[in-house]
Design a protein around this ligand. Sequence first.
Ligand code: C2O
Length: 536
Amino acid sequence: CTVRHYKFNVVMKNTTRLCSSKPIVTVNGKFPGPTLYAREGDTVLVKVVNHVKYNVSIHWHGIRQLRTGWADGPAYITQCPIQSGQSYVYNFTITGQRGTLLWHAHILWLRSTVHGAIVILPKRGVPYPFPKPHKEVVVVLAEWWKSDTEAVINEALKSGLAPNVSDAHTINGHPGRVSGCPSQGGFSLPVESGKTYLLRLINAALNEELFFKIAGHKLTVVEVDATYVKPFKIDTVVIAPGQTTNVLVSADQNSGKYMVAASPFMDAPVAVDNLTATATLHYSGTLDNTPTSLTTPPPQNATSVANNFIDSLRSLNSKQFPALVPRTIDHNLYFTVGLGINPCPTCKAGNGSRVVASINNVTFTMPTTALLQAHFFNISGVFTTDFPSTPSHVFNYTGIPPKNLQTRNGTKVFRLAYNSTVQLVLQDTGIIAPENHPIHLHGFNFFAVGKGLGNYNPKTDPQKFNLVDPVERNTIGVPSGGWVAIRFRADNPGVWFMHCHLEVHTTWGLKMAFLVDNGKGPNQSLLPPPSDIPKC
Ligand code: C2O
């Protein structure tokens, strides 16, 4: 088996976008950061050296980290952050996964500029379950703020109100054609007529789900979140922060230039944000001054366009890649996810209150010792294991926000026996605003077995679940004013974060953790921490 070594220097870099410059936190001076390449089965060692004033940690989003939770990365969950001047080697083996994932900072709002692609190729000699593309291209979607993103969130926390939205979206680091600032040249993708390309799409944005489309070209979806799906053709893909989607594009025109567009999606927009990032698909032999064929992005609230994509996703479920959906359930959980309002005497702009977020009415309080260390070394007083399996009061979604918006604080985890099976229904509360929450579970893939609008009905809805070929992923949108049901097997001992991947909601407390006990058999326990694990 192969060992791959990477060095990630976390450094400040002065960067110009939208006609203005600011210093940003980067890995190796790049935005987006370097792509991490590996093959299924490889061991990856990434030495992260922190040269900036902030504490840093890096998460390998979607990597299962079997028994190696110490390398997962969320600050104060699986490790203490890497302090300024310190380093830490993330050491993990990629087991049973191939496809596109992403890595990103998992502390403060550093993810806004500290992110990049993970490309896991199949084992040598193992083909893709679709025709081999002529070329593969990583396409990282993200956001750009003119001001410093740490200042953006700190101001919001002080006021108690929502933070500003970004000033632009980006495709491989560039907004493309934006009014008010003459284009600095957006990303250009050269193609040859008659060839097929694999685009590895990644949404690394902090707070925005995105539509993606290309003028004059259909997209054939073949993979999401590093799991193969039954291929289907579509015009527009929707990707939530933390999600990845692989699509094949046939360069079936003779020549020309075609607009590539990434634009925001939000069911019920609280803030209007129409900014579209653009790039260009450029056929070889086409003159530079040829006008670009344009495409119109869907409106920001085009829920039907999003559902058209989401509802088409099915696991490939082939002999080689079977969908191992748990058929029996040991833990039947019902979690409400949404916003709330708590008192904040110092929040002047918020009139003495602040916006918070919660799961089952618990607003998660970050500990000052990493939960995984507290668990492994039996340090008491860091967390409690009483995370509720259902909300504290019966939840009934009526479309009208309930009166009791207040949440309680706690550092609570939900404990799972090794290898137990979990069914988790995530219900959007629609409090303050109905919004699609992309929920990400660390350490596992799960199957999305059901989805609906309004209240989940535990008697009738499970009868409609797809237990044959539901899509398998690590991040899923809980529909606005609706619910989604997921299933997974707790076969990975450790402490695993689960949170909304809209960073503002994570900051507000829409997060919790599962604690999975060790199994009794060989190779069923969490490994001990590496000797260089950072101290708090
Ligand atoms: Cu990609 Cu905990 O996040």
